[in-house]
Design a protein around this ligand. Structure first.
Ligand code: ZN
Length: 304
């Protein structure tokens, strides 16, 4: 039993319409679910991903309308890493994205609210040839982006940590392989990286353009229970299993300060609407369906 890399990454936006424009139109992800924050239903929770929102491709945003920009600091994820096919794909993105920086073997840029992304080519070979994980490309078709250049799912996340050694015991308990600042969760089909970098001097400020948490991929409730046991053995204090409608989740903070979630792969986004029209209608969990007419008046209109 291993975590199959990343399940999703969740960040914060203060400007949902611009967020949807950037991640759908510019980056070419599909908006696979338009719902509300289950802990605060007055605001959106927007999900982007490949064509069906496969775990390993899912980037989600909590909307806090008008939120001030935050700043990643010690204990926070500062960069989201994605896979692209090759160097030609990097050249494509370096041209397409305002402010993109092309370096040897990567492109990095900030989204309109300052959230940093990094693209890395996988080539036809694997990201980590030492471990035999297929990491099939997770692609959303897009009219302006040739399939060969499209994003192919997450490579990993980079976080700031002043003393990453503090996290080693928990990461090992969860089955991550690595040491020091470089860790990897590798299952049979997918893998994902966690890299720690020395933090900046300025303190962290949560806000728009910052990452809220990273979720790692577990099969089902039985695995969530088993991994929760491992997390407790590693010194963490996981929550009970929580129903997130499209997956089940447990949460705990790892010792360097990053909020971890373990999320299940056994439900998915087609549970409450057809695959063909994912993301088009506002979907509400049963406990908030009675608020629909009110929410449809007050939620920020999104031009999709
Ligand atoms: Zn989550």
């Amino acid at each position: 039993m291993n975590l199959e890399g990343l399940h999703h990454v969740t960040a914060i936006t203060g400007d949902a319409p611009r967020n949807v424009d950037f991640y759908s139109r510019v980056l070419g992800l599909r908006m696979v679910k338009k719902t509300v924050n289950f802990d605060d239903p007055d605001v959106y929770h927007l999900y982007f991903g490949d064509e069906i929102g496969t775990p390993g491709s899912i980037l989600t945003f909590f909307e806090f309308p008008g939120a001030a920009r935050g700043r990643a600091g010690d204990g926070m994820i500062h960069t989201i890493q994605w896979r692209v096919r090759d160097e030609a794909a990097l050249d494509f993105w370096a041209q397409r994205l305002d402010g993109a920086v092309r370096e040897e073997g990567l492109v990095h840029f900030d989204d309109p609210e300052g959230l940093t992304h990094e693209f890395r080519p996988t080539g036809s070979a694997r990201v980590c040839p030492a471990v035999d994980v297929p990491d099939a490309p997770l692609v959303a078709p897009h009219p302006d982006i040739p399939d060969g250049y499209a994003l192919r799912g997450f490579h990993g996340v980079r976080a700031y940590a002043s003393d990453p050694a503090r996290s080693a015991q928990l990461l090992e308990a969860l089955g991550f392989a690595g040491e020091g600042a470089d860790w990897r969760a590798a299952g049979a089909k997918r893998s994902g990286h966690l890299t720690y970098d020395a933090p900046p001097a300025e303190r962290a400020i949560p806000g728009a353009g910052t990452v809220h948490h990273v979720a790692w991929s577990a099969a089902d409730d039985a695995e969530l229970e088993a991994f929760s046991g491992r997390a407790r053995d590693g010194g963490a204090r996981p929550t009970p299993i929580i129903d997130r409608q499209y997956f089940h989740s447990v949460y705990f903070r790892e010792p360097s300060g990053v909020l971890f979630e373990l999320a299940s792969r056994d439900i998915g986004f087609a549970v409450d609407e057809p695959r063909e029209t994912l993301g088009e209608a506002l979907k509400l969990p049963p406990q908030y369906e009675h608020l629909r007419s009110q929410l449809e008046q007050t939620l920020t209109p999104l031009g999709v």
